[in-house]
Design a protein around this ligand. Structure first.
Ligand code: SER
Length: 582
């Protein structure tokens, strides 16, 4: 049995229900482009909502992290990985969680306890030292010298706010050298393999920490890393997870997995696997120039460029052969790969053909641009993107290989301006009646800002936007609030929005630096999602001020009449309003 099967088998034996992996694109969480941890799809349940499968769950979850794309190519970084997880939703807590982790590692995986070490939460002003975990590890036979106490690295939260708590991390000594008596978490021969988070707190957007209704457990173990450890290899790509993919790339390119070729081969293997999983996702993502589609495009294009580095004939069916191997390998675990098998192959082929058309010319243009230069300016970087489809990191990578720099900030600015322009262009198109509902959606966008502002006034300043969704029929708005709105609160909110509409307030848009926008008091939901230069929409005399991509109406009188249709719970501490403009 492989690691995934062993893991699920163990936790099912210990009363857990296996839940299916959620799609890579989160279904109800606009704060992230992809699921980055096993717990992400479970947030509503960690917040207190009952889970239909009960209080003990386990799974393997598809995760995508693209924040350190340029690290991919080394022995350990991947853009896609599978995370094993077991959860207690107000069921067991530290004792069982630690005990089972220890048993699984030492009995089922047969890892010698002498190669293990752990960290526990040392305590701060708000949350005390985690004595219980510390004592539990001692009772299992982990010596004091192998238990380190830290603060920063032993508190886990996904991003800035949400369910969180102290954790205990388990490390494995991955080296042939003698195992030191005392564990030092900074010594990178010790690698973290499992993280057990004791999620009993919630941190809100203002940094206020409160207790969750339940004491939960959230654990996560990376399949790629742990498999490499169990198989005794130091390069993840030499483990059974990657070996066949690397061998195939070697066969196609006719070069060995060795020396200078290694990096390109790893990048192709990693990026192709992620591209396969994104294009097989039920969300139906296709390569494009925005959001998840742009990530997919960048991954495929970077893989193509590295295939070219290995002298692979990029017009051949190389991508099809690699994708077929990956699809066959993973389809028994992830049904969507089987369901969307042909779609995946088609997406990759089309994107390859599209990029192949301009890649050669783009590379020549790049060479011309860097001749006798020690930097690439924003205009050139943008030209390479706009005309030849070079994602910025491709230009950066090419430039780095020649030891020259790129005006990345300048590029981002141009990129943003360009997006604004296309948005305005499409808004214009809507007005011409080509797509009848664009205008309505624009109105709902502006109404969302007014509703946010009205709720703050009627319910209180602690109301913050948690999500929104707009169709041509209605708007949906999720916000933090600890109670069901009273009839009075609802009607006052409605009245206030309608008053602002009737007043005919101007909607003003300006661009500014992100920090400047925040210090001017502009609201925003997910600060990390915004580039350095942001667009801020202000309605009237500071009635509402929010970071937003738009589009918006120019004057609130265009909105008509606002009406709340429904107010309901969305998850613990989050309410949802559905409203219409008539
Ligand atoms: N959520 C924690 C992590 O990602 C444990 O799964 O490390």
């Amino acid at each position: 049995m492989n690691l995934k099967d062993l893991y699920i088998d163990f936790f099912v034996r210990h009363g857990h229900k296996q839940i299916p992996s959620a799609p890579v694109v989160p279904e109800n969480d606009p704060s992230v482009l992809f699921n980055t941890a096993g717990m992400q799809p479970l947030i509503p349940y960690l917040m207190g909502q009952p889970h239909p499968y009960g209080t003990r769950l386990c799974d393997y979850q598809k995760c995508i992290r693209t924040n350190d794309l340029e690290e991919v190519g080394d022995t350990t970084h991947h853009t896609f990985f599978e995370m094993l997880g077991n959860w207690s939703l107000g069921d067991y807590f530290k004792q069982e969680s630690i005990e089972w982790s220890y048993q699984f590692l030492t009995n089922d995986l047969k890892i010698p306890a002498s190669r293990l070490a752990v960290t526990v939460f040392a305590g701060n002003d708000i949350i005390p030292f985690d004595t219980e975990s510390y004592e539990k590890w001692l009772s299992l036979g982990i010596p004091e010298s192998r238990i380190a106490k830290t603060v920063e690295d032993n508190f886990w939260i996904a991003g800035e706010s949400g369910p969180c708590g102290p954790d205990t991390e388990i490390f494995y000594f991955r080296s042939d050298e003698e195992i030191p008596e005392t564990f030092d978490p900074e010594d990178n021969r010790w690698v973290e393999i499992w993280n057990n988070v004791f999620m009993q707190y919630h941190k809100d957007v203002n940094g206020v920490v409160t207790e969750l209704p339940n004491k939960n457990v959230d654990t996560g173990m990376g399949v790629e890393r742990t498999t490499a450890i169990l198989e005794g290899v130091k390069d993840n790509y030499e483990s059974s997870i990657w070996k066949d993919v690397i061998n195939l790339i070697s066969e196609i390119s006719n070069v060995p997995y060795d020396g200078e070729y290694k990096r390109s081969m790893r990048i192709i293997a990693d990026h192709m696997r992620t591209a396969v999983f994104i294009s097989a996702d039920p969300s139906g993502i296709k390569p494009s120039n925005t959001d998840q589609g742009y990530i997919l495009r960048r991954l495929i294009r970077r893989a193509i460029r590295h295939a070219k580095n290995l002298n692979i004939d990029i017009n051949s069916d190389w991508e099809n052969r690699i994708a077929t191997l990956l699809l066959d390998k993973y389809k028994t675990y992830y049904k969507e790969l089987d369901d969307n098998y042909q779609i995946v192959l088609e997406v990759l082929k089309k994107e390859k053909e599209k990029f192949n058309k301009t890649l050669e010319k783009g590379l020549r243009e790049f060479e011309k641009a860097v001749r006798n230069k020690d930097a690439i300016d924003d205009i050139t970087a943008f030209h390479l993107y706009d005309t030849y489809g070079f994602p910025i990191e491709l230009t950066i990578e090419l430039a780095n290989e020649r030891g020259i720099s790129v005006d990345e900030e300048g590029f981002e600015k141009k990129f943003k301006e360009h997006q604004e322009l296309s948005r305005t262009a499409s808004a214009g198109k809507f007005k011409g009646g080509l797509a009848g509902d664009g205008e309505i959606e624009t109105k709902y966008h502006t109404a969302t800002h007014l509703l946010n502002a009205a709720l703050k006034e009627v319910v209180g300043p602690d109301v913050h936007q948690k999500g929104s969704n707009i169709t041509s029929e209605r708007m949906r708005f999720d916000f933090s609030c600890d109670h069901k709105l009273t009839e009075e609160e609802k009607s006052r909110t409605e009245e206030l929005v309608n008053k602002w509409i009737e007043e005919g307030l101007e909607v003003h848009v300006e661009e500014m630096k992100k920090e400047e926008a925040l210090s001017s008091g502009a609201e925003c939901m997910f600060i990390e999602k915004y580039p350095d230069i942001v667009t801020v929409y202000t309605i009237g005399d500071n009635i509402s001020k929010e970071l937003c991509g738009g589009p918006h109406v120019q004057n609130t009188k265009e909105l008509g009449h606002f009406k709340i249709k429904k107010e309901e719970a969305s998850s613990a501490g989050v309410r949802r309003i559905k409203a219409i403009l008539e």
